[in-house]
Write a protein that binds this ligand. Sequence first.
Ligand code: CA
Length: 647
Amino acid sequence: MTTLETTNHNANRSLSFLNKKLGISYREKVTTISIWAPSAENVIWRIYDKGTAGRLVIETKLNRDNDGFWEASIQKDLHGFYYTIQVKNHGKWLDEIPDIYAYSTGVNGHRGVIFDPLKTNPPEWEKDTFISLESYTDAVIYEMNIRDFTKHPDSGVEHQGLFLGLTEEATHNSYGESTALSHLEDLGISHAHLLPVSDYCKLDERTPNEGYNWGYDPLNFNTLEGSYATTPYDGLKRVTEFKQLVSTLHKKDIGVVLDVVYNHTGLIEGNYFDQTEPGYFFRHKEDGSLSNASGCGNEFASEKHMARKYLIDSLKYWCEEYHIDGFRFDLMGIYDLETMNIIATTLREINPSILLYGEGWTADTSVLEESKRAVKKNTTLLNQIACFSDDFRDTVKGSQFSDTSIGFISGMRGQEEDLKKAIVGGLSHPQIDPEYLKDKGYLWANNPTQVVNYFSCHDDYTIYDKLKITLPLEEDNMIINRIKLAMAINMLSQGIPFFHSGVELLRTKKGVRNSYNSPDFINQIVWSRKKGHVASLSKYVEHLIQLRKEVNSFRLQREDEIIQRLHFVEDYKQGVVSFILNHKELIPGFGNKILVAFNNNNEIIEQEVPHASWARFDLLKYEVAPHVIPSNKISLSPVSANIFILL
Ligand code: CA
């Protein structure tokens, strides 16, 4: 403890070194390494000709300065060479590791690789840039996994399960339906949110097909996962191939969001932070044991100077080197508010459109008091960082924590006020019953730009599996109607919509609830499913996204705008919530107003609405129905989202 307190004292004395560049700095004639290890007694830097085995080429000691930084330079062109560092601490040599900043590694992440980043750039990379957004509510986020997305034999993709799989154009399945990248283009999403692509440790990169992992077991945070590259042995390939992926998506006007997992390490014993400056990077309980808010064994101490610096440096690196458009923070409730706000300010200087959102909770208790952490109830203290709305999720499909729990789409009764709150982005609205708000409607965000609306994600059952479990007697055609209703609520509510890859393809994980290490046949997107009624469901989702894009009233940016423009229909019918949006100005093809009515009843419902010539909008055909007669009644199909336009 003494060492750490001294360190903190020193850090406070002179914060200027927070700008210091750590890790490898490559230049053609000289490469420098700089690491921070104030309690180290000795540090050795070794250069190898390969990422595993091979020959030791150079070995040198690092020199320490007064602030605990260790540095050395080698006068030689080291592009393509591999390296390790080894720290001696309290008389003991720790493990040989890449430094914690390693920008790429050899197979399985044991040695770093030194490289000239310019030599990893695909053609025209210098022209590649971020996706720009006018409002964060313009985003439509699609959560996907690199391997799952193209692994299936009917994906029509050559590089199945790899970064390059997502760069292949005009692919289709054996029924001629678009797959992979072409499928994303058809859907019209704005951002592909990728499950962890940074290096993780519990899949052997030498034999990736003998295992599977989502990747929430991080090893090298600035390095890409080797099993997604065409070879894990050449540390440069993964860099180039991922840049090709980013560049391809950007050319299709799709941004790339990374799911980042700095909150804990995949290895508890032997993690690379502890092999550098033991104990510093994690929170501890009073008895000295590790605090474990991640539920995985440790939790990152984001509030400490050098841990905070590590986070900021790493995120900046992903933005600057890979042109990443956003980050999803796994267990964001572990990080301290101050660090998150510095991250937001720093990254917006690089890219004002950057999307930042996370899970506003932890998996277990933290030693850092809740008032200081980025949990959902502190969202209003965050500088335009959004949180996942678990209220929205539970309202739409039922509680995550009970298999039998049902939600609005599965026919839940008496949930109209919950759904109204979901529709207005979890914010306040004068037409939401104050008694309901008093009981369970707590307000946690300032504006819809801070609310990520979702009903399913990689965690837990797919929506199809959840519905099959809660409604076991229902046929697929009825399940599809419920999924359509869920997607309509998702796309036509205020906030930032997010959906799980495969919702639109009736994805099943065969009832597996937590598939983090299940084989491909559980996790992969089965592209041969995309035909007939499933292709039609996908088309429906595509049209919902198109409607959201064309009608900006679904993408309001402030709470007061929502209160001003969104009015719920007063006529009460059980299982029905309807609202009218008044557009700011006439929208070509969509008139002055749009009426949306969600019905979870199994029968047709007649609802009274303000007297007008409401024309039904057929979402599947994407056209307005002819023959409109002025009326004060609309007819709502069983289990459906109904859209009417006032032309
Ligand atoms: Ca790995």
